[in-house]
Ligand binder design. Structure first.
Ligand code: PLP
Length: 459
């Protein structure tokens, strides 16, 4: 056993070999030495426990190179999102438009007028430049920008209804996922939830009857991720805004996704638009930056000037504010909405959502033969019509016709689907599909880099 120990290479001798000199130049001596020590320790442990060398003992430089490459890889790995869910929360939701990416890069590199007004030589307000743009696009009086829509809801409640009641329909006490539940957010914000109506039916008189001297807000929550069908009744924002006006109680709306354009013009399911709610008299509307808007993660609140001022002054705003990179990306994204006729090209989210099924078929037909050649022994491959989803809390029942390439294991060869999915997750650029009905589906809606994809799956 001691002879095994003595056959382990000495680190300082290893470091003088040309192969490790190259690694040292690339990764630095500190990191390389630490990696070699770690390997040496592992080898000693294995000799002590099993009286043998690790498998990589034959080639220390190769093992060191592999470990260093792995270690220097980003935790945020680019992947192919072929899940069929366009706005996939676990895969980072919206892809930024090129002008937004350029704006982030420029803002990261240089000093910028974040809270500095050039004309008045006084400290400007961080959201001010974007507030003007948001007002132009939504018709609101003012705007406030925070970390995400969950933060937007928290801030509205904490600033406008501390220790007071907020009236919400029982049909809208939603859970969005990731521990965002309306009743919990209320509690965190220090408000008292006053539920009205029933799960399926809430009337205007229910809201009217709930208002008392403790009431601070009437609230609507967009039930984006589920639908109640059958004997239902909900009060829309316009009706509620009129009641709020009559009783002198502000009405706020958590829109979730919210779209600044009418999606039905592209044949997509209609989503409520912030500008419509503002026009119908809602006091504050909040929505996400990285859902249908197609921008960076952010929470956007638009509405009445006096209420926005209270949000801007609240201490939580400081904790929830966004950084300059987010503001830069959001501004560049919103600028694109000034040319709505070009949005289908300029905004990746809209481009992917409106990609026509017919256009995906030639792509599928090009990909099938090389994939077949590589995987056809163990799997039967097919081009199959399927449905993509918008994702991020949009209705799962609204689905977009698409095409997938599917992989079904040939029983006699026993190639497991889980093993296949696992293997594709280990690729240099992992390919993420969807397991369903005994097949692995690669939905082609979000596939842009065809040649890189083929290189990953066929080499
Ligand atoms: C998605 C969503 C949220 C949370 O928004 P984030 O930007 O993810 O924080 C809140 N409310 C509704 C209705 C939503 O759909």
């Amino acid at each position: 056993m001691s002879t095994l120990y003595s056959q382990l290479p000495a680190i300082d001798r290893l470091l003088r070999t040309p192969a490790l000199q190259t690694l040292s130049a690339q990764y630095g001596a500190t990191l390389l030495t630490r990696t070699l020590r770690e390997m040496q320790q592992e080898a000693r442990d294995l000799i002590r426990q099993q009286q043998q060398f690790p498998a990589w003992h034959a080639d220390w430089p190769l093992e060191a190179a592999t470990r260093l490459a792995q270690r220097s890889r980003s935790a945020l790995r680019p992947v192919f999102n072929l899940t069929g869910t366009v706005l996939h929360t676990n895969l980072g939701r919206a892809l930024l438009a090129e002008p937004a990416i350029a704006a982030v890069t420029q803002t990261a590199r240089q000093a910028v007028t974040l809270e500095y007004a050039l004309d008045e030589a006084e400290r400007g307000h961080r959201d001010r430049a974007l507030a003007a743009l948001l007002c132009e696009l939504t018709g609101a009086e003012d705007a406030c920008i925070v970390n995400n829509n969950a933060a937007a809801v928290l801030l509205m409640l904490a600033a406008l209804a501390p220790d007071r009641e907020v009236v919400v329909s029982r049909g809208e006490l939603v859970e969005i996922g990731g521990a965002f539940r309306i009743p919990d957010v209320m509690r965190q914000a220090g408000c008292r939830l006053h539920e009205v109506g029933t799960t399926n039916r809430t009337h205007l008189k229910d809201y009217r009857g709930a208002v008392n001297e403790q009431t601070a807000l009437l609230m609507k929550v967009h039930t984006s991720n589920y639908q109640i069908q059958g004997f239902t009744k909900a009060v829309d924002e316009a009706e509620l805004a009129a009641l709020g006006e009559e009783l002198g109680v502000p009405v706020i709306s958590d829109l979730g996704s919210g779209s600044l354009i009418d999606l039905s013009q592209y044949g997509l399911p209609a989503e409520p638009m912030p500008q419509q709610l503002i026009a119908s008299g809602v006091s504050l509307v909040s929505f996400s930056g990285d859902k249908l808007l197609g921008g960076p993660q952010a929470g956007i609140i638009v509405g009445k000037k006096a209420l926005i001022a209270r949000l801007q002054q609240h201490p939580l705003k400081r904790a929830l504010r966004v950084d300059k990179l987010t503001l830069a990306a959001l501004e560049a994204t919103l600028q694109l909405y000034r040319q709505p006729e070009r949005l289908c090209d300029s905004l990746p989210t809209l481009r992917l959502l409106t990609r026509d099924r017919a256009a995906l078929l030639p792509l599928a037909e090009r990909l099938l033969p090389p994939l077949q050649a590589k995987w056809g022994d163990a799997f039967s491959l097919a081009i199959a019509p399927c449905f993509s989803q918008i994702g991020s809390g949009s209705l799962p029942v609204d689905r977009l016709p698409s095409y997938a390439i599917t992989f079904t294991p040939k029983a006699e060869r026993g190639g497991g689907l889980d093993a296949l999915a696992q293997r594709w997750r280990q690729l240099e650029v992992p390919v993420i599909g969807r397991l369903q009905e005994g097949r692995l589906w690669l939905d082609l809606r979000c596939l842009d880099d065809e040649s890189l994809f083929l290189r990953m799956l066929t080499s």
